[in-house]
Design a protein around this ligand. Structure first.
Ligand SMILES: Nc1ncnc2c1ncn2[C@@H]1O[C@H](COP(=O)(O)OP(=O)(O)OP(=O)(O)O)[C@@H](O)[C@H]1O
Ligand SMILES: Nc1ncnc2c1ncn2[C@@H]1O[C@H](COP(=O)(O)O)[C@@H](O)[C@H]1O
Length: 188
């Protein structure tokens, strides 16, 4: 049973690496950003509410995210383990997840924090914009997403370090080198 959380700024490679580990471990990769983009594309009530926040690089309100994640983690495929990418994103979400897991008699095994310098992040995201055309990969929104990360998400590094769950990994290496570091961190 493997339960992992990826932390790291936008462009750190969370999605890239989470997909690889999810494939190896045969567990779901749960990306809140992907779930929300899918809801936006389908024009659901949740997507309509989330759209403007995503476009500006702001966090979608917790009131929408917490119910969404309670539902997702209760689905049958998540009983076999999971990799979270993009959640939790602030202290409220981290506290909620802790209580939810306790309630579900589950425990997160490890929190993997990918570290990458800002100039590399910006270059990667502008590169991704050309390939994938994500609405929030413009330079202005990328800078706002980095600010939001520093203000609201980065404090979770200490939150999980205090709980002895954190492993920091150098994300500024080739994709395969990062994968190897992550596999070492989780004894794969
Ligand atoms: N180790 C790496 N070296 C070079 N490029 C990378 C590396 N890891 C990921 N990338 C590229 O950087 C871009 C961002 O990666 P990815 O989407 O995995 O980041 P992320 O942390 O999930 O970002 P976000 O939080 O914005 O969704 C992608 O175009 C990806 O192909
Ligand atoms: N956990 C989240 N809380 C609030 N808002 C979120 C969360 N996860 C994603 N979002 C929104 O989606 C975009 C893109 O997220 P990525 O994880 O980078 O794909 C993010 O800027 C928030 O608007």
């Amino acid at each position: 049973m493997t339960r992992l959380i990826f932390l790291g700024p936008p462009g750190a490679g969370k999605g890239t690496q989470a997909k690889i580990l999810a494939e190896i471990c045969q567990i779901p990769h749960i990306s809140t950003g992907d779930i929300l983009r899918n809801e936006v594309a389908k024009g659901t009530p949740l997507g309509q509410k989330a759209k403007s926040y995503q476009e500006k690089g702001e966090l979608v309100p917790d009131s929408l995210i917490l119910d969404m994640m309670r539902d997702r983690l209760s689905q049958s495929d998540a009983a076999q383990g999971w990799i979270l990418d993009g959640f939790p994103r602030n202290c409220t979400q981290a506290g909620f997840l802790e209580a939810l897991l306790l309630d579900m008699h589950q425990e997160c095994d490890r929190v993997l924090s990918l570290e990458v310098p800002d100039e590399v992040l910006i270059a990667r995201l502008l590169g991704r914009a050309k390939k994938e055309g994500r609405a929030d990969d413009t330079e202005e929104v990328i800078r706002r997403r980095l600010e939001v990360y520093r203000e609201q998400t980065e404090p979770l590094i200490d939150f999980y370090r205090q709980r002895m769950k954190l492993t920091a990994v150098n994300g500024d290496r080739s994709m395969s080198e990062v994968t190897e570091q992550l596999k070492d961190a989780i004894d794969l």
